[in-house]
Ligand binder design. Structure first.
Ligand code: FMN
Length: 358
């Protein structure tokens, strides 16, 4: 994990902000921010995205990945495909290996309000790859190209791809693969700098993202190990990428995308939220999940709440209680009591930095 930065620190590369202050064109869509909130299954639902959007008005947000076969046979549009009418720019991410199902799903995504349609070609999970989706498409570049071409033909919004370096160290094929996606009509590619075999282990290999950027004309977005604004700038400097995508660093920290965006635009780091502000955000998250999904939302909220409770006195025992909450009121009371405790005992100037753990 990259070390945290302190407020007031400025960009290590004075030329970088200027290049990155210009809008980013992705096909017909023009983005005012070059910082992306990644798709995270089980995390980036409508409630989480509203929180990210509260702080980062311009950034592209992504839904969780949606199964195109499930959509084809399903009777109704799943909740993970719902977007707010005013949420734009938002991308709906799809996974599958059947070009016709994906084309059909993409049309539905546009009807739902997607600004772009993203195709997942990076998911390492067995359940997905066994059925030919996610990162297994890296081993079937021809089919992956056909998928992109078919989806591009089906919709009038840009079609993008998110993928990895290859299946394993022995099969790194991202350069040929990315070129093929571009030829097939992809408007942008996001590269997670790990192989499928790596899962989420080891550092992301940004050097490969630099190579991808050198061979493509379409925008290349760097992904992997962006846990702070300074890490984002370092990644952009090293890769020459057109933008960065934040992922695990946003879990329990929906402020990250806005912090990176602000840093890129101004060269200044905003003060990180206080523990109280983080817990207030956790409160909104819990309330939102309850209102949107009821009991299921409450169960899902437990993990989010434990991610928020990091890096301040008393965070560890609080996490132990938050992961067991069995009602909305219990969760709200725990958070309120923690905020009162911080008010009384924690020094006012105490700040939590992104990625910090206690
Ligand atoms: C819990 C979790 C869920 C994820 N879900 C998705 C997903 O639905 N679609 C996708 O393209 N990537 C998904 N990813 C991968 C991330 O978007 C990202 O590529 C990866 O975490 C690398 O970035 P990081 O090192 O900054 O976390 C997921 C990762 C995690 C940890």
């Amino acid at each position: 994990m990259t070390p945290n930065c302190t407020a007031g620190e400025t960009s290590p590369d004075p030329n970088l902000p200027e290049r990155l202050q210009t809008p980013l064109r992705v096909g017909s869509v023009v983005l005012k921010s070059r910082v992306f909130q990644s798709p995270l299954s089980g995390v980036t639902d409508l409630v989480f995205r509203r929180l990210v959007r509260r702080y980062a008005p311009d950034s592209m947000l992504y839904t969780e990945m949606v199964n195109a076969t499930g959509l084809h046979y399903g009777a109704q549009v799943p909740k993970i495909m719902e977007v707010d009418p005013q949420e734009s720019p938002v991308s709906i991410q799809l996974f599958d290996c059947r070009p016709d199902f994906l084309a059909e799903a993409a049309r539905l995504a546009v009807a739902q309000g997607a600004s772009t349609v993203d195709i997942n070609m990076g998911c390492p999970v067995n359940k997905i790859t066994r059925n030919g989706g996610g990162s297994s498409l890296l081993r079937q570049p021809e089919l992956a190209g056909e998928i992109v071409a078919r989806v591009v033909a089906a919709v009038n919004v840009p079609v993008t791809v998110k993928t990895r370096l290859g299946w394993s160290d022995q099969e790194i094929n991202i350069l040929e693969f990315a070129r093929r996606m571009e030829e097939a009509g992809a408007a942008m590619i996001t590269v997670h700098g790990r192989t499928r075999a790596q899962g989420y282990h080891g550092p992301a290999r940004w050097e490969w993202i630099k190579k991808v950027k050198e061979v493509l004309k379409i925008p290349v977005i760097a992904n992997g190990d962006i846990f702070s604004a300074t890490a984002a700038v370092k990644c952009l400097a090293e890769t020459g990428a057109d933008g960065v995508m934040c992922s695990r660093g946003t879990m329990g920290y929906p402020f990250l995308v806005a912090e990176v965006d602000h840093f890129l635009k101004t060269g200044e780091l905003p003060a990180p939220p206080t523990p109280r502000q983080r817990l207030e955000c956790a409160r909104d998250h819990l309330q939102g999940l309850w209102e949107y999904k009821g009991e299921r939302g409450l169960r899902q909220a437990r993990k989010h709440l434990t991610w928020y409770a990091r890096g301040f006195p008393g965070a560890a025992p609080l996490r132990g209680q938050l992961c067991l909450v069995s009602s909305l009121q219990e969760g709200l009371d725990l958070l309120d009591r923690a905020m009162d405790y911080l008010e009384e005992f924690a020094p006012r100037e105490f700040r939590v930095n992104p990625g910090m753990v206690d």
